[in-house]
Design a protein around this ligand. Structure first.
Ligand code: NAP
Length: 279
């Protein structure tokens, strides 16, 4: 890396991709502001030697306070933002309540957008900056029974595409990372969200859900095909941050590359069948 003093703000560093990217970038000489939703995780990150602060994407006050903290430490400079924090709300769309959908969007979309909008004036003043969006394969293909999460990732992709063009000539780059299955706490957290909001007994999909609940406990020991470790995402984030001319999107895992092509070349109903099978 040319400038060893570059700094980055990362959301959702308690586990998974966020934690892996925070550690990996620090090793490469980046100054990492590693944020987490819960205080206990912030304390743990500080013990690990990170500059860390609480940032809950569902709270505007929390976002504002975290940005203030970063700017105080960095002397008003921010080179990059990795929008990583998010969770998945599983369940058929008709079983997703307004509240469940609202919470899903509050974190994955509204919080991410608010944080991004807050750092853009800083980057604009600098005349440079990179916003890396941790989207998903589900930001461009819709898996059944993941509709709420899919909607948030499609929204992130749409906003990112628009902002990339809006920012033309500003020196600020918007880059999408689109992982497929990555081994993290994502599935465990999604399971919690499922049980929090989905009323299995009242659903038309009751039997399907019951099958999944059984399967989910088995999944702990069964490897999901094509799953990669979070380091695979780190590799692409490094490219997005450090390449002179980064790509607009980086796919991660074989399913992402395959579905990116499939969605362009096969009829939609064939794709639906494949997605139904994959779900
Ligand atoms: N794992 C995959 O297969 C996969 C595939 C494609 C895309 N992704 C994306 O990768 C990103 C990271 O997920 P992961 O796989 O690393 O899962 P993970 O281990 O569950 O990590 C998710 C992180 O997001 C944080 N988060 C959740 N709600 C938040 C909120 N309101 N405010 C701030 N942070 C919040 C979590 O914090 P807590 O620990 O406090 O909940 C955690 O730190 C997400 O954007 C996800 O959509 C993951």
């Amino acid at each position: 890396m040319e400038d060893s003093n570059k700094n980055i703000l990362i959301t959702g560093c308690s586990t998974g991709i966020g934690r892996c990217v925070a550690r990996g970038l620090r090793k490469r000489g980046w100054r990492v502001f590693a944020t987490a939703r819960k205080k206990t995780d912030v304390d743990r990150l500080i013990d690990e030697g990170f500059e860390s602060y609480q940032l809950d994407l569902a709270s505007s006050t929390s976002i504002e306070s975290a940005v203030k903290w970063v700017l105080e430490l960095s002397g008003g400079r921010l080179d990059a933002l990795f929008n990583n924090g998010a969770y998945g709300q599983p369940g058929a769309m008709e079983d997703i309540s307004r509240q469940a959908l609202r919470e899903q969007f509050e974190t994955n979309v509204f919080g991410t957008h608010e944080l991004t909008s807050m750092v853009l004036p800083i980057m604009r003043k600098q005349g440079y900056g990179r916003i890396i969006q941790n989207s998903s394969i589900l930001g461009f293909v819709a898996m059944p029974f993941r509709g709420a999460y899919v909607a948030t990732k499609f929204a992130i992709n749409g906003m990112t595409e628009a902002m990339r063009v809006e920012m033309h000539g500003s020196g600020i780059q918007f880059i999408l990372i689109e992982p497929g299955p990555i081994k993290t706490e994502f599935r465990n957290n999604a399971r919690e969200a499922f049980f929090r909001f989905i009323k299995v007994d009242q659903s038309a999909y009751k039997e399907k859900y019951q099958g999944w609940i059984k399967q989910a406990t088995k999944e702990e020991t069964t490897k999901v095909p094509f799953t990669l470790p979070p380091e695979a995402v780190l590799e692409k984030v490094i490219k997005a941050l450090e390449s002179k001319t980064p790509k607009t999107r980086y796919g991660v895992t074989t399913p992402t590359h395959i579905f990116w092509i499939l969605r362009c070349i096969i009829p939609r109903r064939w794709l639906d069948k494949i997605l139904l099978k994959a779900s």
